[in-house]
Design a protein around this ligand. Sequence first.
Ligand SMILES: [Zn+2]
Ligand SMILES: [Zn+2]
Length: 390
Amino acid sequence: MAIADKPTDLSEQELESVKAGEQAAGSGHVTAKPLQASTEPKDGWVRQKLPRERLNWVNVIFFGVISVLAIYAIYNLTRNPPSAKVVWLSLALYLFTTYGITMGFHRYFTHGSFKCVRPVRWMLIIGGNLAVQGTMLKWVSDHRIHHIHSDKARWLRWQQGQQGHDPHSPTEYPGSRGLWHAHMGWLMRQRENCWVNMRDKQYEGRQLDDDRLVRVASDPRVYVGFVVARLGLPWAIAGNNGFLVAGVLTTCAVHHVTFAINSITHRWGSRTVRDNNGRWYIKDLSTDFGGLFALVTGGESYHNGHHLDEECAFHGRKWYQLDSTKWAILLMERMKLVWDVRKPGRRPLRFNSSQYEQPPRFDRPRVVERWVPPESGSLPTQRNRQLTAR
Ligand SMILES: [Zn+2]
Ligand SMILES: [Zn+2]
């Protein structure tokens, strides 16, 4: 059986088997455990309790340890004030890793917003990896999936005969997985359907997974080396206080600043971009934040502006918006280190007609309606798994 285009394509017999949980086993993005239908099926929909998602223990332990150490680092600051060396090292590492994420992993590798000389690319890879937010290919894949399915729940995509879901939306319509899920919870779970085909977008006129440097930098063993370097170098340079402040506390700060884009700017904030009829250009729930939030996130908090035209290198589209990543890109463009910068207005706005029209409800349902497809199709995952396994 192929995936049904509409839920009503299911026959009575198939609905019965869905109820019995026989259809739940899938090819990677459907839970293998049979689901228990909790109410009678209605128009092809089965009301079910969500299955428990397994924890990703590596991430649970890593984030747990680093959070405890960060709390101790704050306590330690009151007794043992940092030296000027530690303060400058912390600031430098904060900026280097933040721009590694905003300019590197996000605007360059995920969206191909500009082209740059090789040394800049190396610096962006090093900075992004030192931010300790997972391997680059995984980061890019997760974020591309986010843009494809912004604020769309998995079951809604299946209803439309499509696959995938937003990995970290706080407001999956019509329910809500909540801020914790959007902020960090999604990283603590064994997620399914984690890889998107890297061939849908290019950077530097090439496919991401064709780049040997990218594959090497995304190797888990290389990534572990970056994690050790991120925490070990500040200790080697500035001792225990260097480890606690420049190592642990700054890593933790960059984590939460990045994660806040996923949680806060899909829940609160203003949406500034409307068309001539006063309707939102984009129907997802991304929002804009200015001020201090824009400063600490390097301009990523103008998230509605980003979702409007994801390949644009400018997230703050107005001259007065505090998008420091945009300023850095423009400065490097003047220095001839960067070129082909995608600026606002260079391409027509792309309307995503598949985005829903109705505003979502923010309540968290105890039982979520999920569409169980008769049979899952195969995702374009195998090639990516092979590439990263090389
Ligand atoms: Zn977003
Ligand atoms: Zn993006």
